[in-house]
Design a protein around this ligand. Structure first.
Ligand code: MF3
Ligand code: CO
Ligand code: CO
Length: 301
């Protein structure tokens, strides 16, 4: 059964401290909170590894949805997208020109497609924390263009993480990402940003993936947020389809995305959604440019 909404009521965002403009305040997490956050994030990370093993030409995005739904529910957690502001499925699957929030459907993936799978867990048994992470998979044999875009996007997430530390500014992250993307001839999506995450799915601070170094809020140790650059081969403009969710590139060029949930520390960042193993059809390909911080498994001997 795909949508057991009686058992899986989406959580309420009532009762949290809010800004005057209604945004929910980010929390500075204690060691105990961070430990719980890690458990939810690790489940999401393990889910992506498992998804990688079923990616192949011919699979439908609905099959990916069912797999993710069962993976999370089997571990007594809740797939956060399901019923979130009316989203109808348990995971976002964004194919080719889809920038984000693609709705799983019965169309089959074909050889040469790229697909971002964005998993968010909510773990009630461990304090009710969210873990949010995504990768872009290669379906079968990719074009040179697809490889260029996906590897640049992977690099963008990595460089964004590398500038995070206590005292740095939000704008440092966007500036670092924008420079890598634009030097590679790609563009950074403006219409969707990273976000604070914890006991609420989306809180402040907003984390744009473009901007100027030395501007924006200061990062503080104990803050947790996502970095999730969406990078396009063409122009950065997006368009929302009539389903109210699916964002596509306005020029229908290819778009890719990678996402991690990040903890700010005194001297850097901890990647809470770092994976225990290489992700099949994403990180095990010879052209993947992997980094130790977000992909420790690749560097363990
Ligand atoms: N996981 C997405 C993010 O990174 C949000 C998905 S919301 C949904 O913020 F409703 F589209 F699922
Ligand atoms: Co996110
Ligand atoms: Co996400």
């Amino acid at each position: 059964m795909q949508n057991p909404s009686a058992r899986f009521a989406p959580p309420s965002e009532k009762g949290y401290a809010k800004h005057s403009r209604g945004e929910i305040l980010a929390e500075i997490m204690t060691a105990t909170m961070i430990e719980r956050m890690r458990e939810s994030c690790q489940m999401a990370a393990e889910c992506l590894v498992a998804v990688g093993s079923i990616i192949r030409p011919g699979i439908t995005t609905n099959e990916i949805d069912r797999f993710v739904h069962n993976f999370i529910v089997d571990r007594s957690a809740y797939p956060a997208p399901l019923n979130y502001k009316g989203f109808p499925k348990s995971v976002c699957t964004s194919v080719n020109e889809v920038v984000c929030h693609g709705i799983p459907e019965d169309r089959e993936l074909k050889d040469g497609d790229i697909v971002n799978v964005d998993v968010t867990t909510l773990y009630p048994a461990k304090g009710g924390y969210y873990g949010d992470t995504s990768v872009t998979f290669y379906v079968g044999k990719p074009s040179e263009e697809a490889i260029h875009l996906v590897e640049v996007t992977r690099e963008c997430l990595e460089v964004g993480i590398s500038v995070v530390k206590h005292g740095a500014r939000v704008g440092d992250i966007g500036a670092a990402i924008q420079e890598v993307a634009e030097k590679a001839g790609c563009s950074v999506v403006r219409d969707y940003v990273g976000h604070g995450v914890g006991r609420v799915f989306h809180t402040d601070p907003q984390i744009p993936h473009y901007g100027r170094a030395g501007t924006g809020k200061r990062l503080k140790a104990g803050m947790v947020f996502t970095i999730e650059p969406m990078i396009n081969l063409g122009h950065y403009a997006t368009e929302l389809l009539s389903d109210g969710w699916t964002a596509v590139t306005a020029d229908r060029s290819l778009s890719a995305q990678f996402e991690h949930t990040i903890l700010v520390t005194r001297d850097g960042a901890e990647v809470l959604t770092a994976r225990p193993e290489l992700v099949p059809n994403c990180e095990d390909v010879p052209w993947a440019k992997l980094h130790p911080r977000s992909c420790p498994a690749a560097f363990r001997s």
